[in-house]
Ligand binder design. Sequence first.
Ligand SMILES: *Cc1c(COP(=O)(O)O)cnc(C)c1O
Length: 470
Amino acid sequence: MIRKSIHTQMRHEMGDKKLFEQAKTYAFDYMDTIAARTVYPDTRAIANLARFDEPMPDNPQAGEDVLHLLHAYGSPATVAQTGGRYFGFVNGNVIPTALAARWLSDTWDQNPALYVISPIVAKLEQICEQWLTDLFGLPLDSAAGFVSGTSIATMCGLAAARHTLLKRLDWDVNTKGLFEAPPFRVVVSQQAHGTVFKALALLGLGKDRVELVPADAQGRMKADKLPTLDANTLLILQAGNVNTGAFDAFDVICEEARQAGAWVHVDGAFGLWAATCEKRQYLTRGIEKADSWSVDGHKTLNTPYDCGIILCRHREALIEAMQASGAYIQYSDQRDGMLYGPDMSRRARAVEVWAALKYLGRKGVAQLIDGFCENAASFAVALKEKGFRVLNDVAFNQVLVACETPTETQQTLENIQRDGVCWCGGTVWEDRPAIRISVCSWATTSEDVAASIEAFVRARKKTVENLQPL
Ligand SMILES: *Cc1c(COP(=O)(O)O)cnc(C)c1O
């Protein structure tokens, strides 16, 4: 029972630091045991989540009890995506230095809305803006906004495009809205990511009024099927198809768009990072000719979650699209972060981006990306040897796998997920189920790949045995 006032209790906890020692012990325990655990939480861990079902408590609790509950029943119900054998979605791991930097920065609790609210985070945002544009080979005065992920980054890029295209038509969308606005065209690949369509919907541009360009067997926009572009067009391209990892033909398409005066946005959530490493740079050739790019930190760069970046060649366009005002806002001649994204208050994400980039250096970033690609290539080779079908050209970090029949593929995937040695997600590719392997964790070793291949073989064996007629 706690009798002291909550303020006294919190002062005491900040003073004696015991809670933080406790959290550190739990975190270390998690780090030390995660590799040995099933990748997906077991049924008992999931059932134990019922421990969290309770009415909102009336009285304050001891902080140590809150933390204890979280570790005892929360930690086992996490998905072990930091362990090296998680290949679901395109979920990155976390670089130790970036995680440690986040621990420190969480203690700072900074709000990077304005320079005057946090000079240090404003500084790191400015540094990351320079480093990232340089690293990706983009125009050096491009602007960067630090947002929660690529979904929001794409929305920002498309908002900057919408603002600019309508301004050219003498229409200020910020003040006049969209209802009476002159229309502009939106050209999208049939294989665009779902978040692109979501952003179009949120921005009032409509998912169904787009001109859809067909894609080839790898999921690349067919450049020869591109409609004639003009200065009244928003064209959305993709660096890294979420299934195949394929890249649109930027060099050719961006050149055509540039000559037509169209705005090009590149969804580069995980794939834009190919530009940072010599061996994979050919995949992103020509991206620098686009107008805006969205990219994640939390996928390929392995920063902690809630970290995406909008990059825009036209600084003023992004600022005008993200405009905000209020008598109490104190802009400075330094970097005011809220000018570059939809949020005002937000987390200091640039701290982790900076820590990851400073730690890795150019060579480390290239090694990280190359490592994903090499492990993906090993997966493809070994799975083919074991008689699986690899459906894509493995040029980046994605491998699409199938068995002999759709039923066999589907059941093998379910068996892989139940087996617990690794975790892969499923998808539908060319109207048939497929297993997706996304290599996106720095921790994945060749032993992890080998153990996962064995899990694939085991899962298929079980499937085939079950499918056998009695
Ligand atoms: C993951 C992904 C997104 C969405 O990014 P979030 O960071 O999850 O918001 C968009 N496009 C592609 C190609 C992706 O892989």
